[in-house]
Structures are given as C-alpha cells and as structure tokens.
Design a protein around this ligand. Structure first.
Ligand code: ATP
Length: 447
C-alpha cells in the first residue's frame, strides 16, 4: 500500500525555475526513450522537509533546499543508454562509472554545475512470498526498498503525464513528520554496516531520532562487530561526511555513547575527558578559521579529530588503526611529538614558582619547539595546551604569521657568514623579532 500524492504545485513553488526545468526535461527524455524516470533519495527528502517547514512557518525553510544540487535519478531501464541520450540533449558533460553501472551528468546552470547521477532501478531483490507483483511500480519499489532509511526511500516521477507524483511505499512521509530514522528491513545494518554512521549523521543533521527498533538493530550490529567487517576506506568516507556536517560534535558524542567509537578505533574509549577535549578542539578550529586562517591550509579534519580520539590508545592498536584508515606513516610519531611537548609545558607550569607565564611562554619558546610542526599538529597542540597558556600560543602563531624579515640568507652570505652559521643567525633574528626585543628593520644592524 502506498500513498501517492502530486507534488507538482510544491515543486513549482519551491524549486528554482532552472532546476524545475531540468527535471521536466529529464521527464521528457524519458518519454522520448520510453522509460520511466524518477528523482529519488535526498532530493525528495529535502523538498518535503522544505514544504513542511514552510507550512510550519519555520524560517529555516531555505536550509533544506538543495544545499549541494546533487540530483539522484533512477530509470526503469538501462541507465547508461538513458544517460548518454540525456547528456546529448542537455549538452552536459557525461561520465560513466563502469564498475557501478551508473553515470553522472554535469550540467551547467549559470555559474553552478549541477551533478546528476543516473542509475538503473535495481532488481536483485526477490519478491516476498505471497506478495503480489505490483506491475506498474515494482522496479522502482524494489530499488527504494534497498535504501538505507525510510526518509531516503521516496521517489518523484518525472515523466510528463505523471510529473510530480510522489511514491511513498514505506510510510516515509510519516517518519519525516514524526522525525524518525527507520530502517527498511531487519538486516539493514548487517547488510551494510556503514548505515550505522549514516543513521547518526541524519539523526544529528535534522534533529531526528533513531526510532527504538532501529536503534536496537543498530546496537546489535555494532556489538556483533559488523563495523569491523567493513573496509576502513568506506567507514572513513562516512565518518568524514559526519565531520563535514555543521555540528559534528553531537554526532561524535552519540557515537561515543553508543560504543561505536570503540568499534571503529580499537582500544579507544570515549570518556568525559575525551569529550571535553573534542569540545575544545572544535572551539580551536573555529578560532583558527576566524583568526589564524593561514594555518588551516592542508588541514584534514579527520586527522585532527583522530589525534584527539586516539591520543590515549596503546601503540600496538594505533598501528592497526593507522593502517586501516590510510593515515600517513608518520601519524603516530607526529602525535607523540605533540604529546611530549604538552608534557614539557605541563612540567614548566608546575615548576614555575611565581615566575610569570608571559616570561616563560614567550613567542621564542614556542618557536624553538613548534616551528617544525605541521598545521594539523598545531591545531592539536592548541587543543591540549592549558587554557591560561593558550593566548601565548595564539600570540606566537599570529606573530610568526606576520613576521617579515628584511634580510635573507644571501645577505648573510655576502657579509661572510658560512653554512650553518647562516641558519643559526637567521633563527636568532627571528626569535628577537618575535619577542619584540628588536623592532622590524632593526635586524639590519645586527649583521
Ligand atoms: P546528502 O544530503 O548528505 O547528500 P543523501 O541522502 O543525498 O544525503 P547520499 O550519500 O548522497 O546521501 O546518498 C544518496 C541516496 O542513496 C540516499 O538518499 C539513499 O537513498 C541512498 N544510499 C546512499 N548510501 C546508502 C547505503 N549505504 N545504503 C542504502 N542506501 C544508500
């Protein structure tokens, strides 16, 4: 039993005209090629969320609308044939993904490139005993039944005579209204354990809740060590998607509380300390983005979040984690480098005996110890440094960033400095400038 409703009116109201037009064209090509064409998944979900939030006078309506303009299309026919035809008609760039038997179109609308993924409705699922074959929609229905959650398992038909008809076979709309994340069949998480992470992501993004039965099944899959059966790369991909959400912290916390973290990263236990440090990390990242932008170059958030998560993990386990998730070879030694620096700072604080922090933690102090750290390490360092020292560290970074030397190695060479002496002299000058012992320009008189 499925509900069908025509959303045409809403699509006209909510979609940018260019997107609406594109969907109409895809439907037309369907008729020209004699195939049924549907838009599915996140696009449909987000459209319905936008409609609902408008009806409830929520000012966030726009938020749900096509944040990235990815459009997932399913055809009840050979995807590649249809894709090639549509690409030609639209004059879009056509890319085939042979392995998955899908294709993507890249279609330019003014200055935006819209990605359209096209797949064949998959039919590898057998009908259940006693279920009547529903001829008209059986193929799209089976395709939708293979998806992760009910909220992602709706389709809108695009062929002209039925343009806008919503196909909701699994009470998806009800779950959207009631804010529930629900799997479509009991073995869903066993079949594809990456859905564990997807459930968390959608739950946090929309402020929904994983409904009790689904949550039980999720926990069963986690405790049954099914995450361990998935390749690190697939898990990393889903984990990174979580980190790219606007508020990843709550999702990580949820994963910690559901014991997912320990099953992703062996011998890593999610503790209140760890949670506090993660909170700090995200504050630090914000600070870097707003005030120390030049230090965010080449920073992979996955790497820094993992620094925090695995900092107390035993090395033997850590080695396997590094291997599993394709982390850089020197990842552990870089982590340890920051850890020992942190120890040193802690010892200095304990032994400071009334000496002022500003005299201990001068810019040159950090320069001597941190100039070889990469940006990911600096962010982790800022997370670890005690709060009352942090401003000195930030001050160092800011000064280093603004530092300009009026002399170079060449000048020193001309003055008769040799080899190593040049480097030593330059460092000495830099430290003096950082500590304000000399003013910019005064270095010329030092050589
Ligand atoms: P987003 O807004 O983050 O892009 P999305 O729902 O479009 O969300 P995608 O990862 O792009 O997410 O997936 C597109 C669609 O493919 C989903 O809506 C879902 O129907 C289906 N899907 C993706 N991954 C899985 C999976 N692991 N198992 C089942 N279905 C999946």
């Amino acid at each position: 039993k499925y509900e069908s409703q025509n959303l045409k009116k809403y699509m006209e109201e909510f979609l940018p005209p260019s997107i609406l037009n594109l969907l109409r064209l895809l439907g037309d090509y369907g008729n020209e090629q004699n195939v049924n064409v549907y838009v599915v998944g996140g696009f449909v979900r987000d459209l319905l969320l936008a409609i609902k939030s408008k009806q409830q006078n929520d000012k966030n309506t726009k938020k749900f609308l096509f944040m990235d303009y990815d459009i997932d299309i399913v055809v009840e026919a050979e995807a590649l044939t249809f894709g090639r035809y549509a690409a030609k008609q639209l004059n879009a760039k056509y890319v085939e993904h042979e392995k998955f038997h899908t294709c993507s179109l890249f279609y330019r609308i003014s200055h935006k490139i819209i990605r359209i993924d096209i797949a064949t409705a998959r039919t590898e699922y057998y009908e259940e005993a006693g279920e009547l074959p529903t001829v008209e929609f059986s193929t799209i229905k089976k395709d939708l039944a293979r998806r992760d959650f009910t909220i992602n398992a709706m389709a809108i038909k695009l062929n002209p005579e039925s343009f806008g008809i919503l196909l909701d076979f699994f009470n998806s709309r009800k779950d959207l209204d009631e804010k529930q994340i629900r799997i479509l069949h009991p073995l869903s998480f066993i079949e594809d354990p990456t859905r564990v992470l997807r459930a968390i992501r959608f739950e946090q993004r929309f402020g929904f809740e994983i409904e009790p039965y689904t949550l039980n099944k999720l926990i069963e899959a986690v405790e049954g060590k099914y995450l361990e059966k998935v390749t690190g790369m697939r898990l990393r991909e889903e984990f990174e998607k979580i980190l790219n959400e606007p508020e990843p912290l709550k999702a990580i916390e949820r994963m910690g509380n559901l014991n997912i973290i320990s099953h992703l990263f062996e011998k890593t236990y999610y503790t209140p300390t760890l949670q506090k440090e993660l909170e700090k990390l995200f504050q630090v990242i914000d600070f870097f983005n707003n005030n120390l932008k030049s230090y965010t170059k080449n920073v992979r958030i996955f790497h820094v979040v993992l620094y925090v998560l695995v900092q107390y993990t035993p090395v033997e386990s850590l080695k396997r984690v590094v291997q599993r998730y394709g982390l850089p070879k020197d990842y552990i030694s870089k982590l340890q480098q920051v850890n020992s620096l942190y120890e040193e700072i802690n010892d200095l604080i304990k032994e400071s005996f009334g000496k002022q922090y500003k005299d201990i933690f001068k810019p040159s102090f950090f320069y001597e110890r941190c100039s070889s750290l990469d940006n990911e390490q600096l962010i982790f360092m800022a997370t670890k440094i005690p709060d009352d020292i942090l401003s000195y560290f930030y001050n160092y970074l800011k000064k280093l960033d603004e530092l300009t030397l009026l002399i170079s190695g060449k000048d020193l060479l001309k003055k008769g400095y040799k080899g190593k002496e040049i480097k030593i002299k330059l460092e000495e000058i830099k430290k003096k400038l950082l500590d304000d012992e000399i003013k910019p320009g005064e270095e010329l008189s030092l050589i």
